[in-house]
Structures are given as structure tokens and as C-alpha cells.
Write a protein that binds this ligand. Structure first.
Ligand code: F6R
Length: 260
């Protein structure tokens, strides 16, 4: 696990630069996209690279992490709509190239199984962008999630619903109780995982992710078992790391050719 502690603009450049490098060498790469606030600086930088430097997504495909159950198709917080608004509709993905779990499916369990099959059939995710919840979730794999879970239906914790109420007019009752989420096994199958976290509220979850024992109580800790994870954090999110100085010096001394 590589930990990079830097200012948000630098984190955005690193995250977007990793996607750029992949797409310039493999234009038909499969991307994994997260919603939420954390990846937005990366998405803005990707849009800049698309507009100003010709980075194309025309042959790429993308799979999103999760979706609320039951939000109407035109609801602005439905993750399909959010991801289109934040990134995929701002670049040149081909129509039908961006996929998400179907939170309006009549048979939700079948939709989850079909989603995992679709990712496998696409050849798997080359690069997965992740955020992390204050309770240590990735995707919507809440504490207690099986560390080997496939895509499935989950019940959101009160903590997550409170955290996300800001997107629903600060009214927790408007935040759905259920979601579909890529499972931890689904996420772990991605070839490279880039997790971005900023702000003091993420400091404990980041500490657990990087330095805690692997436990279903902090689902993100499963990433310690992944061979290629990059954790991009600002100083505030790094605030509880015991080895912060070591991560800083390691990154400062890293040879430029090595890449993330
Ligand atoms: C979003 C997702 C979640 C968020 C997490 C952090 O698709 O899967 O795990 O990444 O809740 O959200 P923000 O970035 O809004 O703090």
C-alpha cells in the first residue's frame, strides 16, 4: 500500500495522471468510478485533460461502485445521474459504455449478480477510484460486511445516512435506507485501486485502513491484502497516522520513473 500525503490539487493531479497514463497506453481500459465528494478534484482534472490535452475516453468503459435502492430515475442524487453530471457526461465516453448497479430493478438480487458478471465479461476493472466513509466503508460495504462479499443489497448505517444527508437537503429521512454495492471481493478484483480521502473527518478511517488490523468492522482494511493500492490523502486526513513521517519521506525520495 502506497500512502501519498499532499495538498488536494496535487492529489487530483496524481489520481487523474494515473488514469491518463492508463488510457494513453490502453485506450479501451475499464475504469471503476466512485461517487461522493472525494473524487471530484480528480474528475475535474480529468475533464481538463480531456478538453485541453485531448485525453479521450471514447474506447473506455466504466463501472460505478454503488447505487441507492428506489430513487426515481430522474432523481438528481441517483448515482447514475450523479456520475454522469460529475464526470462521464463531461468527457467523451461512448453511449452505453458506463454501467451502474440498477437500484430500480424488479429483482435486485439478480441485478447484483448480473452486475458482477458484466464486470467479469468486460475483463475486470483496470483502475478503481475509491473514497472512504467515516465508518470505514468502501463502496457501501458497511461495518460487518463480509470481506469476501460480491455485489449485493446492503442497509446503510445511520452514520452513512447522516453523512450523506448533505446531498438530500440536510434531511436524513430523504436518504434511502438501502443500496446496491459492489462487494469487497468485487472491489478487490480490480488491478489497481486508488483511494482518495481528504479532511479531518476521515482521519480515523484512514488510520484504520492503513495501520489498523484487518477487520470487517473497518471494511476498507481488506485493501491491505491487495497488491497494488495507492492511498491519496491530505494533511488533515493523515492526522492520525502513526507513520505519517515515514510515508512522507518515502514519497519524497521516490524515483520519478516509478509512477503510482
Ligand atoms: C460512493 C461510495 C462511498 C463514498 C464514501 C465517501 O460511490 O462508494 O464509499 O466514497 O461514502 O464519500 P465522500 O467522498 O462524499 O466523503
Amino acid at each position: 500500500m502506497e500512502v501519498v500525503i499532499a495538498a488536494t490539487e496535487e492529489l487530483a493531479r496524481l489520481g487523474a495522471g494515473t488514469i491518463e497514463k492508463l488510457l494513453r497506453s490502453r485506450p479501451d481500459a475499464v475504469l471503476g468510478l466512485a461517487t461522493g465528494s472525494s473524487p471530484l478534484p480528480i474528475y475535474d482534472e480529468l475533464v481538463r485533460l480531456h478538453v485541453e490535452e485531448g485525453l479521450s475516453f471514447a474506447q473506455a468503459r466504466a463501472f460505478t461502485l454503488d447505487e441507492y435502492v428506489g430513487l426515481p430515475a430522474d432523481h438528481p442524487e441517483r448515482y447514475r445521474n450523479v456520475i454522469e453530471h460529475e464526470i462521464t457526461g463531461r468527457v467523451d465516453f461512448a453511449s452505453g459504455a458506463v454501467h451502474g448497479p440498477d437500484g430500480l430493478a424488479a429483482d435486485l438480487a439478480a441485478a447484483c449478480a448480473a452486475y458482477d458478471d458484466a464486470i467479469t465479461e468486460a475483463g475486470g476493472v483496470d483502475l478503481q477510484i475509491l473514497g472512504i466513509g467515516t465508518d470505514g466503508h468502501i463502496g457501501f460495504n458497511e461495518p460487518g460486511s463480509s470481506l469476501a462479499s460480491p455485489t449485493r443489497i446492503k442497509t446503510l448505517t445511520e452514520q452513512t445516512r447522516a453523512d450523506n444527508a448533505r446531498f438530500f437537503g440536510d434531511d436524513i429521512d430523504q436518504v434511502p435506507q438501502h443500496c446496491l454495492t459492489q462487494g469487497l471481493a468485487t472491489i478487490m478484483a480490480a488491478r489497481h485501486i486508488v483511494l482518495i480521502a481528504t479532511g479531518r473527518t476521515k482521519a480515523n478511517a484512514v488510520h484504520q485502513l492503513v495501520e489498523g488490523p484487518v477487520s470487517a468492522m473497518w471494511p476498507a482494511t481488506i485493501l491491505q491484502h491487495h497488491p497494488h493500492v495507492t492511498v491519496l490523502i491530505d494533511n488533515a486526513a493523515a492526522g492520525r497516522l502513526q507513520l505519517a513521517d515515514y510515508y512522507r519521506s518515502t514519497y519524497a525520495a521516490k524515483p520519478g520513473w516509478q509512477g503510482l
